[in-house]
Ligand binder design. Structure first.
Ligand SMILES: NC(=O)C1=CN([C@@H]2O[C@H](COP(=O)(O)OP(=O)(O)OC[C@H]3O[C@@H](n4cnc5c(N)ncnc54)[C@H](O)[C@@H]3O)[C@@H](O)[C@H]2O)C=CC1
Ligand SMILES: O=C(O)C(=O)COP(=O)(O)O
Length: 619
C-alpha cells in the first residue's frame, strides 16, 4: 500500500487535513475552465495565522491585505516568478501579492531566494528539486507550473514539504498543436535548411525538393489534448490520420474521423509520425532501434511532446541509415541539448528550442491560468488544476485509508489488464457494505479507482477534486453499486470492493468474467489490501510489491515450478495464491513479488508447458 498511503499522508502543514498526490486536469483545448466553480476550501495552503491589525510602520516590509474569505487581515503573500510570465498573469498576481520577477536565476540563486516567498512560478526551464523545496520549507506554500508538463517539479518532495503544486494544463494545447503542424510542414518542405542555405548565399532549388502532405498517412501517437488538435488540423491538410493511444475513447477518435490502431500498425503504416504522449515509465524511449525497424523506410518524425520518449542515439542511427528520412524536434532528453549533439546538428533534422507553448496568445492564457490558480491556492482555495492536493478530513481518512489504497490498486491493476484499441468504455465499482449510503461516502473510493485507472497511463494527476471531472473528460463512465452485506453488525466500513471494466479486451483472458468484463475484487484483511477475485477465479494475495498472474492447467507441481524459476533469479515471493474453477481445469496463480523479474525470467514462466498465459502487473 506504499504508493497510496504515501500520497495520503498528512503534510506537515496539514494538521487538520490530508494530502493526496494528484491532480492534473485535462480539458479539450476549446473548453474554458470554470476554475472558480471548482475551488474548494483547503486547509493545507491557507494563509498564515491572521493578524489583528496592520503592523507598526517600523515592521519589516511585509504588506497587509485582506486575503482570507473570512475577511481577516493577513500579511500580503510574496510570489517569486522564475521564468518569463506574460504581463496579463503578472497583473492578476500583483492585485493580491508582492511579485518579484527574477528570470534566468542559477540553481544556487534560486536556492538562496526561495525561502523568502510564499509561492514560486516556473515554466519548463527551472528545476524545482527536493533541495529547492527543502530550502523553501516553512514559507513556500505553492509552486505554480505555467504549462502542462511538471516533470521539472519533484512532486513527492513538494507533497512532503506541504507545498501545493498547481499547473495550467489547457491554455497551451492549441499552441503545441500548431507548432506540431508548423514543424510537419516546414520539415516536409525543407524550410529551415533552405533558409539557412540561402542566407549563406546558396540558391539550391534542386537540393531542397520536398514531399507533399496531401494523401499521406500521419500517425498520432498519444491522442490526448494536443494529439487530437493535431489530428483535426492534419485532416484539414488532406492527410489520412490514424492514431495510437491505448486509453483514448474510440468515440472521440471516431468523432474526428481518426482510426485508432495498435502501436505496431500505426508506426508501420505511417509516412509521418507525430508524438503526443506524456513521458512516463511506459513511454520512456518507446521509440528505439526496435520500433524504428518496424517503420516504413523514409518515415518522417515530429516530436513536440517530451524528448525522453525517443532514444536519441537510436534516432541518429535511423537518420544515418535513411530509415528515418527527417525528424523535426521541439523537445530533447536534456534541455538545452549539448552544443555538439549529433541529433541537433544532423542535416535532416529541424529543431526548435522547446517553443511548442510559446505563442503570445498561449503565454497570456497560461499566465492568467496559473496566476489565478496560485492566487486561489494562496487564499486557501484549491483549483481543479492542483497536482498534489489536500482533501479529506483526518477521521474519515483514517477509517477509509486501507480501502482507499485498495481502490487505487484495483484501478491500477485493471488498467494494466486492458489490451487492444477499443479503449475503456464503462467502469463499475461495486461496494459490498453493511452501511447505508449516509454512513459511507464513496466519493473518495471512486476518486481513487479513477486515480488508479488514469494515472499509470497519462500525464493527468487525479484527486478528489478533479476525479469525476477527469473521468468525464476521458470518456470514462464510472457507475457505482452498493450490495448490502448480510452481516449488518460488521464493524468494517466495507466487506469488499469490486472494479469491473465492461466489454473490454484484456491482455490476460483469465481476468474476463463470464459476462465479458474485466473483473477484479479486493478486501482489506488486517489493515492490508488483498486481491481476492480475478475474473471468475478466487485468489487471496496481499497487494504489496508487484504481481504476476498466471493461468494454467490445474495440475500438481505448478507452484514449485514457478517458485523455482523466481527463486533461481533471486526474486522474492511475498505471497502466492491459487484459485481454480474446477479441479483439473484451469487455475490462476497470483504471485506477489518484491522485485521486478527480468524479461527472461518472465519468459521462462511463460514457457512452462501447462502455463496458458501470464501477465506482470506493477502496483
Ligand atoms: N513542446 C511543448 O512546448 C509542449 C509539450 N507538451 C507535451 O505534450 C504532451 C501531450 O500533452 P497533452 O496532450 O496536454 O497531454 P494529455 O494527457 O492530454 O495526452 C496524452 C495522451 O497520451 C496517451 N498515452 C499514454 N500512454 C500512451 C502510450 N503508451 N502510447 C500512446 N499514447 C499514450 C494518454 O492516454 C493521453 O490521451 C505532454 O508530454 C506534454 O508535456 C504540451 C504542451 C506544450
Ligand atoms: O506545457 C508544457 O508541457 C510545455 O512543454 C511548455 O513548456 P514551457 O512552459 O514553454 O517551458
Amino acid at each position: 500500500m506504499a504508493a497510496a498511503s504515501r500520497a495520503l499522508l498528512p503534510t506537515p502543514r496539514a494538521a487538520a487535513g490530508a494530502s493526496l498526490a494528484g491532480a492534473r486536469a485535462r480539458l479539450p483545448a476549446s473548453a474554458s475552465l470554470p476554475f472558480r466553480a471548482h475551488r474548494v476550501r483547503c486547509a493545507v495552503v491557507s494563509s498564515p495565522a491572521p493578524v489583528a491589525a496592520p503592523p507598526p510602520s517600523s515592521a519589516p516590509a511585509r504588506r497587509i491585505s485582506p486575503a482570507g474569505s473570512d475577511g481577516a487581515l493577513r500579511p500580503k503573500p510574496a510570489v517569486l516568478v522564475a521564468e518569463k510570465l506574460s504581463e496579463a498573469g503578472l497583473a492578476v498576481l500583483r492585485e493580491f501579492a508582492d511579485v518579484e520577477c527574477a528570470y534566468g536565476m542559477s540553481p544556487a540563486e534560486l536556492l538562496a531566494k526561495v525561502a523568502q516567498f510564499d509561492a514560486l512560478i516556473v515554466r519548463s526551464g527551472t528545476k524545482v528539486t527536493r533541495e529547492v523545496l527543502e530550502a523553501g520549507r516553512g514559507r513556500l506554500r505553492v509552486v505554480g507550473r505555467a504549462g502542462v508538463g511538471i516533470d521539472n517539479v519533484d512532486l513527492q518532495a513538494a507533497t512532503e514539504a506541504g507545498c501545493l503544486v498547481v499547473n495550467a494544463p489547457t491554455a497551451n494545447t492549441v499552441a503545441a498543436a500548431e507548432h506540431g503542424i508548423a514543424l510537419l510542414a516546414s520539415m516536409a518542405r525543407n524550410v529551415s535548411q533552405a533558409d539557412a542555405a540561402l542566407k549563406a548565399g546558396k540558391w539550391q532549388r534542386t537540393k531542397y525538393v520536398g514531399v507533399s502532405l496531401v494523401g499521406k498517412t500521419l500517425a498520432i501517437m498519444g491522442f490526448g489534448k494536443v494529439g487530437s488538435e493535431v489530428a483535426r488540423r492534419a485532416k484539414g491538410l488532406g492527410m489520412h490520420v490514424i492514431a495510437h493511444d491505448p486509453y483514448a475513447p474510440a468515440d472521440r477518435a471516431r468523432a474526428i474521423g481518426v482510426e485508432l490502431v495498435s502501436f505496431d500498425e500505426a508506426i508501420a503504416r505511417a509516412d509521418f509520425i507525430s508524438l503526443h504522449m506524456p513521458l512516463i515509465p511506459t513511454t520512456n524511449k518507446i521509440f528505439n532501434d526496435e520500433s524504428f525497424a518496424k517503420m516504413k523506410t523514409g518515415v518522417r518524425i515530429i516530436n513536440v511532446a517530451r524528448g525522453g520518449v525517443i532514444d536519441e542515439d537510436a534516432l541518429v542511427r535511423a537518420l544515418d541509415s535513411g530509415k528515418v528520412a527527417q525528424a523535426a524536434l521541439d523537445v530533447f532528453t536534456v534541455e538545452p541539448p549539448p552544443k555538439d549533439s549529433k541529433l541537433v546538428l544532423h542535416e535532416n533534422v529541424t529543431v526548435t528550442p522547446h517553443l511548442g507553448a510559446s505563442t503570445v496568445e498561449a503565454q497570456e492564457g497560461v499566465a492568467i491560468e496559473i496566476a489565478e490558480a496560485v492566487v486561489g491556492a494562496l487564499r486557501g482555495e484549491l483549483a481543479a488544476t492542483a497536482v498534489n492536493a489536500p482533501m479529506v478530513p483526518a477521521e474519515v481518512l483514517s477509517e477509509l485509508a486501507p480501502y482507499v489504497s485498495l481502490a487505487e490498486k484495483l484501478g491500477r491493476l485493471a488498467v494494466q489488464l486492458v489490451a487492444g484499441e477499443t479503449g475503456i468504455k464503462g467502469v463499475k465499482v461495486v461496494y459490498t457494505t453493511a452501511r447505508g449510503p449516509d454512513d459511507l461516502d464513496t466519493r473518495l473510493l471512486r476518486a481513487m479507482v479513477t486515480k488508479g485507472l488514469v494515472e499509470p497511463v497519462s500525464s493527468t494527476f487525479v484527486n478528489l477534486v478533479n476525479a469525476d471531472y477527469t473521468a468525464k473528460q476521458r470518456g470514462l463512465r464510472i457507475t457505482e453499486e452498493r450490495v448490502a452485506h448480510d452481516s449488518p453488525a460488521a464493524e468494517a466500513p466495507l466487506e469488499s470492493v469490486q472494479v469491473r471494466l465492461s466489454q473490454v479486451q484484456s491482455r490476460f483472458a483469465g481476468a474476463i468474467s463470464d459476462g465479458g468484463d474485466i473483473v477484479l475484487e479486493g478486501r482489506v484483511k488486517y489493515g492490508v489490501p488483498h486481491l481476492t477475485l480475478v475474473g471468475p477465479y478466487e485468489v487471496d494475495v496481499s497487494l504489496e510489491g508487484n504481481l504476476i498472474l498466471c493461468r494454467q492447467i490445474d495440475q500438481p507441481g505448478m507452484i514449485g515450478k514457478v517458485g523455482n524459476i523466481l527463486g533461481q533469479r533471486n526474486v522474492n515471493i511475498s505471497f502466492m495464491s491459487v484459485g481454480r474453477t474446477f479441479r483439473g481445469k484451469q487455475a490462476i496463480m497470483a504471485i506477489g513479488v518484491d522485485e521486478e523479474p527480468d524479461k527472461e525470467t518472465l519468459e521462462k514462466i511463460g514457457g512452462i508447458p501447462a502455463v496458458e498465459e501470464f501477465v506482470f502487473l506493477e502496483l
